[in-house]
Design a protein around this ligand. Structure first.
Ligand SMILES: *Cc1c(COP(=O)(O)O)cnc(C)c1O
Length: 378
């Protein structure tokens, strides 16, 4: 290497893709105090912290009700069950999502029907319109990457056909579309509180948010074995309860979500400027009327695998969400989708790369990531 090249190469840094321990460090005393309170109370199942968290969450999402659950996956399953989805029904979702957006229908005996996405990584409303049949029992738009799906046309199409919407908000709490928070558009909004999500429990967690009193009562019943009282089970169901200790810690974290979201958006804005104009790199942006929360910051890149390897060699961890679209999963074989069925999602799967965007990143780290990408393409 020439001395000029050496002088030009920035000093190597280590940039993690996420830093959960770093998120907890400044909150540790408060989190442990919250856990201690639950331990002392002895109310480990559906204690008062669960209800307090549900109230705060409903308010945050701009709806009347929330039900705390064990996972985002069960939030989707119970929402569909509450809407009566079962064998013979079809449920439409986006081909590029996490598998849970489709498996929730399949485990109820319904058929997941996939549609392709647009540049924004979200369901194409035109393709949704074409995919609706008389058997469609629900539509699951996914606000993937923390960017709201195009709810205007999606709502209009579903209203015309009287098909309920279950929003998959697992990556998008606080994201806004035309001034309204996601989760408040459909019959139900489903949140994941998994450790890697934007609002994260210290373990698994999830929630359903809704304005529909009947759906709320149904989901609440079904999270707790269908027990209306201790003595009477009114519907067969499993156990999908949110733990009280998790709710207690979530109440601590919830106070920081606004500041964390602001930091994610600021990190995204940094990349948007720093990565502008690199040939072969497409950078995500807010669409008109949208306020994304950048759960992930996904670029599309020429020679993606080489870029990922180059970043790794230079100390930068990245991820791919997701390398294999839903129809390419082994479990999806019976659905009968051939390779090429969803050309946009498939092309994106070969080009997407998730950069570190978590709130604790420093300016120096963000700058180093951008600079390393620039160096790769020079
Ligand atoms: C994480 C996620 C889920 C599932 O949530 P869990 O809490 O892990 O069960 C569902 N849909 C999407 C889009 C997700 O990212």
């Amino acid at each position: 290497m020439s001395s000029i090249a050496k002088a030009r190469a920035p000093k190597a840094m280590k940039v993690a893709y996420v830093d959960i321990a770093g998120q907890h460090r400044p909150l540790k005393a408060e989190l442990l105090k919250a856990v201690g309170g639950v331990l002392d109370s002895g109310q480990l199942i559906l204690g008062p912290q669960v209800e307090a968290f549900e109230k705060a969450l409903a308010k945050l999402c701009g709806v009347k009700y929330a039900v705390g659950l064990n996972s985002g996956t069960d939030a989707l399953i119970l929402s569909l069950r509450a809407l009566g989805v079962g064998p013979g029904d079809e449920v439409i979702t986006a081909a590029n999502s996490f598998v849970a957006s489709a498996s929730c229908a399949a485990v109820l005996g319904a058929k997941p029907v996939l549609v392709d996405v647009r540049d924004d990584y979200n369901m194409d409303p035109i393709l949704l319109d074409r995919a609706l049949t008389p058997r469609t029992k629900a539509v699951i738009p996914v606000h993937l990457t923390g960017r709201p799906a195009d709810m205007g046309p999606i709502l209009e199409i579903c209203r015309r056909r009287s098909v309920p919407i279950v929003e998959d908000c697992a990556q998008a709490i606080r994201a806004e579309y035309r001034g309204k928070r996601v989760g408040s558009f459909g019959a139900a909004g489903c949140l994941s509180l998994h450790p890697l999500k934007t609002l994260n429990a210290c373990g698994d967690g999830g929630a359903v948010v809704t304005d529909d009193a009947k759906l709320y009562e149904q989901v609440k019943l079904m999270r707790n074995l269908g027990l209306q009282t201790r003595e009477n089970c009114v519907v067969w169901s499993g156990n999908s309860r949110l733990d009280t200790v998790q709710a207690a810690m979530l109440l601590v974290k919830l106070k920081h979500l606004e500041e964390w979201t602001r930091a994610r958006r600021a990190n995204a804005a940094f990349y948007q400027t720093a990565l502008a104009g690199i040939p072969g790199v497409v950078v995500p942006k807010d669409g008109p009327g949208e306020k994304a929360v950048y759960h992930t910051f996904i670029i599309q890149a020429e020679r993606r695998d080489e870029l990922k390897a180059f970043l790794a060699e230079n100390g930068v961890d990245t991820a791919i969400h997701y390398p294999r679209p839903i129809h390419a999963q082994d479990a999806a074989k019976p659905l009968g989708y051939a390779p090429g069925a969803f050309p946009v999602a498939e092309r994106q799967a070969r080009r997407i790369l998730s950069l570190p965007v978590y709130p604790g990143l420093t300016k120096a780290e963000l700058g180093y990531v951008a600079e390393t990408i620039r160096r790769f393409y020079h």
